[in-house]
Design a protein around this ligand. Structure first.
Ligand code: HEC
Length: 100
């Protein structure tokens, strides 16, 4: 019975307490500034952050944010490691998207 209760408690807990909370947002921001922002800025009159804050932004969930980072990483020739993507996700979610 105890095991059953423990199992039920586990199932009730979301798989990710907070999305990207294992990422290092500071490292993520440094990478983003270095590798990603120039291309975004070129599309939004020099303001790289507008792509994340525009009214019709594409990313609507933590999962789609992770997906978009992976897609854009392909633009760069897949130079990022999964850990880098997690760090960038931590920064973007903390600064712009705020998914819980
Ligand atoms: C070669 C250009 C280019 C590079 C380099 C690039 N991106 Fe993008 N990114 C885009 C374009 C274009 C879009 C918009 C796609 C759309 O609206 O359909 C975009 C959109 C995004 C979005 C979604 C914004 C929204 O609408 O919510 C995220 C997140 C993102 N990029 C992350 C990154 C990250 C992280 C990197 C660096 C690893 C990166 N991008 C590098 C071109 C680029």
């Amino acid at each position: 019975m105890k095991t059953l209760i423990a199992l039920l408690a586990l199932c009730a807990t979301p798989a990710f307490a907070a999305p990207f909370d294992k990422g290092d947002a500071k490292a993520g921001k440094a990478l983003l500034d270095k590798q990603c922002s120039a291309c975004h800025a070129a599309r939004f009159n020099g303001d790289a952050n507008k792509i994340y804050t525009r009214a019709n932004r594409r990313v609507k969930s933590a999962a789609s944010l992770a997906q978009m980072i992976t897609t854009c990483n392909a633009n760069l020739g897949n130079t990022l490691f999964p850990e880098d993507e997690l760090n960038i996700g931590a920064h973007l979610n903390g600064a712009f998207y705020k998914f819980k």
